[in-house]
Ligand binder design. Sequence first.
Ligand code: AMP
Length: 364
Amino acid sequence: MRVGILGAGQLGQMLALAGIPLGMRFTFFSPTANESADAVGNVIVGEYDDFDALRRFAELVDVVTYEFENVSSEAVSEIEKIRPVWPPRAALFTSQDRGSEKAMFTQLGIPVAPYRLVDSLQDLEEAVREVGLPGILKTRRLGYDGKGQARVYSRSDAEPAWNALRPGPLIYEGFVDFDRELSVIAVRSEGGATFCYPVAENHHRDGILRVTYAPAKALPDSKRLQAEGFARALLDALGYVGVFAIEMFDTAAGLVVNEMAPRVHNSGHWTIEGAETSQFENHVRAVCGLPLGDCGPVGHSVMFNLIGEHPDISRVLAVPDAHLHLYGKTERAGRKLGHVTIRSRTSEDAQRHEASLRAIPLIG
Ligand code: AMP
């Protein structure tokens, strides 16, 4: 199979690294050259609104998927005239807008933080009155890694928050008092077979994922089943094909869903070593119509993102059970440059090796 991927970043690199041994070959489409995926396939450089370039790209492959979800509806329509595109457009477009995403969660009975859509300062003042304080004002579109957000602690924060993010469309959400953040990654085939990876526990700093523990520690079965139920309901409602992720808050009152991603996800990088079949392999299997692989865990995993600056690579590789992945990117503040996964047979070993890794400057 020849697989086309919109986007050519590290997720594309890892999808190809999983698909090449299955006989797949990869072509990427990206507005910029010198991306991570250069190492593993052909990159066609073009803008996402250059329909001639998109058509040429589609002609080169058998099926198209994406690792970057801010692709326009028109671009996907153009490609769909030539080749199938998975995951389906409904998933892509619902997740592009936090408002439509929250509406879908609510329709399926999935709990979310109280929220109001905001298109003016008056809307925001009303939202603050109705939803309460503290809260978070977010852009509805194109937000990632905590970008496009402003905290609102008091009524006097409303105007500066509006000025920072205007003109919208925006969303105001009540602040969720959570114990920890969790995610569940699931995969669905065209025939409807669905499997979930173990729920993972995620630690963020400055809105960026830093560390994932998988499986999440001390998660009651009731919450695991609830998280899996959310994933299955969404995947079925969307007629989904491929890998998908949901991010959630674990609170004393139960799980509250924050957002979904219609693609392989950073909180699933541990699956490369820590699951029987990685999220990347299962995604390419699903979009190519192949049987899905077992999502069960292999040992205990801890994944650290490498952000902004590279650590001493020799020290990382000297830690037992450490697996290093670099994305071939230059250093820049806040940029994800790679990740390291500790995958150990016992949780005690994983903890010990995690401590050794954390002792290395720039990790954690
Ligand atoms: P997001 O871009 O929605 O994934 O938000 C980035 C991070 O901000 C999340 O991982 C949380 O740590 C935090 N956050 C977002 N929304 C809320 C909320 N409603 N209540 C509390 N924390 C939040």
